[in-house]
Write a protein that binds this ligand. Structure first.
Ligand code: ADP
Length: 188
């Protein structure tokens, strides 16, 4: 099973992806984590990425597609991937479909975590205190939310058409959301 998890910044995608990965023996593939890893390694690519992330904008589709292909082509992860934070625009959704086709795979389920802007702001400010992520300031967080609404929300319509989409109320507790997601996956 390959799964896509969507939601605005701070929706809890990472937390839920980790839970699903453990419970169903899948591999969490977070493009945000991969990009932060590049920055940490202080590569030339990393410094370009850092500039974009700290503006709250999207890194180029080419960079993220290259990162993703390494995992899709890896036999160890075949039909075991959770795409966390990817695709983030229509072009990336099309790239993902093409890449999966190339390696004889497909998406089996798309989960969307729905959360209000008020909750997002609260969670991001809490996370900033714990993790000190450079893009978690209030100003950049608002920009990230705008980027999400403009570029990523349309991808949801794209998946609605293919009937893969399940919407989950992301306002509940971590445990409540765990249960809701498990029920959906077990019901496939
Ligand atoms: P969040 O969803 O909470 O904003 P992420 O860790 O998923 O956090 O992403 C952090 C930043 O990394 C994004 O704001 C964006 O700049 C960049 N990024 C992550 N995934 C992608 C992607 N698929 N395409 C382009 N940029 C991305």
């Amino acid at each position: 099973m390959n799964l896509v998890i969507f939601g605005p910044p701070g929706a809890g995608k990472g937390t839920q992806s980790k839970f699903i990965a453990n419970k169903f023996n899948l591999h969490q593939l977070s493009t945000g984590d991969l990009l932060r890893e590049e920055i940490k390694n202080k590569t030339i690519l990393g410094s370009k990425i850092s500039e974009i992330i700290n503006k709250g904008e999207l890194v180029s589709d080419e960079i993220v597609s290259d990162l993703i292909e390494k995992f899709i082509s890896n036999k160890n992860f075949e039909n075991r991937l959770i795409f966390d934070g990817f695709p983030r625009n229509i072009e990336q959704a099309i790239n993902l479909n093409n890449l999966l086709k190339k390696y004889n795979q497909k998406i089996d389920i798309v989960l969307k975590l729905s959360v209000s802007l008020k909750t997002i702001k609260k969670r991001i400010l809490e996370r900033q205190m714990q993790e000190n992520r450079s893009d978690d300031s209030e100003e950049i967080a608002i920009k990230r939310f705008e980027t999400y609404e403009k570029s990523t929300e349309p991808v949801i319509e794209y998946y609605k058409k293919s009937k893969l989409l399940k919407v989950i109320n992301g306002e509940g507790s971590i445990d409540e959301i765990n249960v809701e997601i498990s029920d959906i996956i077990e019901g496939i």
